[in-house]
Design a protein around this ligand. Structure first.
Ligand code: F6R
Length: 615
């Protein structure tokens, strides 16, 4: 939520900053701003709207300099206006700051500063932070880099809340300062240039060597080096890691949208999620990152899976997978609820936190709450080095590569594959036989080709999408493994098309939802050839009897659905527990094409941000 980039080096900062900011647009896009040290002072440009609007402004009224910061905003405090766009300045106008996070006690701090004569130009919590740091800096005996770090340290000591910060001061040219608590901040270590950003994706055109700043750490960067210290003022150890992906991975390539590109990457990402993790000899999965012995895994009495949005839907499929293959009771719970719920859980409960970004505030809080209660926590994350990945006791990376479209697609199928591997591992340690394990491995191995085959339905799905794009309401129905897929299909349509879509277990229709059925309300049934196929079929008949149009997602070779549904999309067959990895693909494409048909901003739907780092 909110994207930050900072640059210090020998190149023109605005170019590097705006290029980086474009890569972070998925984090928020209400307004954007940029500030550079230009020798005479601080040059600033801000605009309401997309980053393209800021780029236009900078092209019309160029700014220069070799040190600068920029920001793309997802509003929390204060309306979407130019005044509230970052960067914000201190009282002297010589310090500029960009911030991601929430300063909870900003009203008290603001009132105290106003008493001292400070004048504020915006309604944001960030401007209060800028004034606070500026005041501390002006109290320092000398205006050096060390003094600026010290001023930030003192100011942060007065702040309650979360922050990822980048800051410049005209009295300390060629220096960029950052700090983090609860909002990600990454240092990019280049040659003759160094960067700061809320996501490494913003920096890959410059460097793939990064340092993930930890909570309560401050960084001071110049063109040739950097120092990291703690909020207490001690030196901090750090590790330079290599970002796995390249610039090509974060560009759209020939696709019109990131969402479509990422949908089409899934044959590869499904393969990558299991690469090196299937052990044929032992007919099991090897997941070293769990950091648990077989004996410890065998002792697991209960599993809790948590996450938000799409990640939660993946967890709901995981619940069915683990219960089916490993016979361990599983509870899947919204992270936003789990964090405040005092679940009575046995001691040997394993808590999985699923998160593509690894930064979602509610998921992180649920993870921390589980740790407080003494449960072992495992992260299923995509972003390497993210907070959830670092704070959990172990975990499994998805290896899906950067996901930039705001609507999650490829991360979802990777989350399903990872959970299938976990279910296989747990199952093989309890009651699954060697041959059952081997069968599962063979089926997993076939998935990437089946995914590719399902995606060949794209043109047909685009045709169906055009037919139903004008619907005001859409219903999604499924059962068992595919009920969470109905939820996911409805979420994809809601967020990309703004159509009111709701999802229900098919059998729940009769208990109320059926009142919505009419000729203008399409129902999407996820009805593969599984153990509940016939039941789904009867539910489809109930809708047809009331003249509701039906789109059915079924299994290749099926000849029943064609008789009852108006439009049928058939995906390759798979064992019941793996069908969600295939049935979700047409739903992603359906949502995509409806959104395109309606002229929506597919990659950046209104009001959304990809990484929700506030509660
Ligand atoms: C939906 C979507 C969101 C995220 C949710 C959790 O397409 O993207 O619902 O799934 O905000 O995000 P992560 O997985 O980063 O924790």
């Amino acid at each position: 939520m909110c994207g930050i980039v900072g640059y210090v080096g020998r190149a023109e900062a605005p170019r590097a900053l705006l290029q980086g900011l474009r890569r972070l647009e998925y984090r928020g896009y209400d307004s954007a701003g940029i500030a550079t040290l230009n020798g005479a002072g601080i040059a600033v440009r801000k605009s309401v709207g997309r980053i393209a609007d800021l780029e236009r402004l900078v092209a019309e009224k160029p700014i220069h300099g070799h040190t600068g910061i920029c920001h793309t905003r997802w509003a929390t405090h204060g309306a979407v206006t130019q005044e509230n766009a970052h960067p914000h300045f201190d009282q002297s106008g010589r310090l500029a700051i960009v911030h991601n996070g929430v300063i909870e006690n900003y009203l008290d701090l603001r009132a105290a500063l106003e008493e001292e004569g400070h004048v504020f130009r915006s309604q944001t919590d960030t401007e209060v932070l800028a004034h606070l740091v500026g005041r501390e800096f002006d109290r320092q005996p000398a205006h050096t880099k060390g003094a600026l770090v010290e001023a930030l340290r003192t100011a942060l000591g007065q702040v309650i809340g979360t922050y990822g910060i980048a800051m410049i001061h005209q009295d300390v040219p060629g220096v960029l300062i950052g700090a983090r608590r609860g909002s990600p901040l990454v240092l990019g270590i280049g040659k003759g240039e160094n960067l700061l950003a809320s996501d490494a994706a913003a920096m890959v055109s410059h460097t793939r060597d990064v340092v993930y700043l930890k909570d309560y750490e401050l960084a001071a960067l110049d063109a040739d080096g950097f120092q990291i210290t703690t909020l207490q003022g001690d030196g901090a150890g750090y590790e330079i890691s290599q970002v796995e992906y390249t610039e090509k991975d974060v560009s759209k390539g020939d696709y019109p949208h990131y969402m479509l590109k990422e949908i089409f990457e899934q044959s590869g990402t499904v393969r990558d999620a299991m690469r090196g993790r299937l052990v044929l000899d032992e007919a099991t999965a090897k997941l070293g990152g769990l950091e648990m012995s077989n004996a410890e895994l065998r002792d697991v009495e209960r599993v809790v899976i948590t996450g938000c949005g799409t990640a939660l839907h993946a967890g709901m499929v995981g619940e069915y997978m683990i219960e089916t293959l490993a016979h361990i009771p599983v509870e899947c719970e919204f992270a936003s609820e789990l964090r405040y719920r005092n679940l009575p859980l046995p001691k040997d409960t394993l808590v999985f936190a699923i998160s593509q970004s690894g930064e979602t505030a509610d998921t992180l809080a649920a993870l921390r709450e589980s740790q407080r209660k003494g449960h072992r926590t495992l992260g299923i994350c995509n972003n390497v080095g993210s907070t959830i990945a670092r704070e959990s006791d172990g975990g499994v990376y998805m290896h899906a590569g950067p996901e930039i479209g705001v609507a999650a697609t490829k991360s979802f199928t990777s989350q399903l594959v990872v959970q299938a591997l976990i279910a296989l591992l747990l199952g093989r340690l309890t009651h699954l036989s060697h041959s059952e394990g081997l069968n599962i491995i063979r089926e997993l191995d076939k998935l990437p080709d089946k995914v590719a085959k399902a995606l060949e339905l794209n043109d047909e799905i685009a045709r169906i999408a055009r037919k139903y794009a004008q619907a005001k309401v859409m219903l999604f129905m499924g059962r068992q493994f595919n009920y969470p897929i109905a939820l996911e299909g409805a979420l994809k349509v809601k967020e990309t098309s703004y159509i009111a879509a709701s999802a229900h277990p098919s059998a729940e229709l009769k208990h109320g939802v059926i009142a919505l059925i009419d000729e203008a309300t399409p129902s999407v049934f996820i009805a593969p050839r599984d153990a509940v196929f016939e039941k789904n079929l009867s539910n489809i008949e109930e809708v047809k009897a009331r003249k509701g149009p039906v789109i059915a997602i079924g299994t290749e070779g099926d000849d029943h659905l064609g008789h009852v549904a108006d439009d049928v999309i058939l995906v390759p067959e798979a064992p019941d527990f793996l069908t969600p990895i295939l049935t979700v693909l047409p739903l992603q494409l359906l949502a995509y094409h409806i959104a395109v048909e309606l002229g929506r901003d597919v990659d950046k739907p209104r009001n959304l941000a990809k990484s929700v780092t506030v509660e």
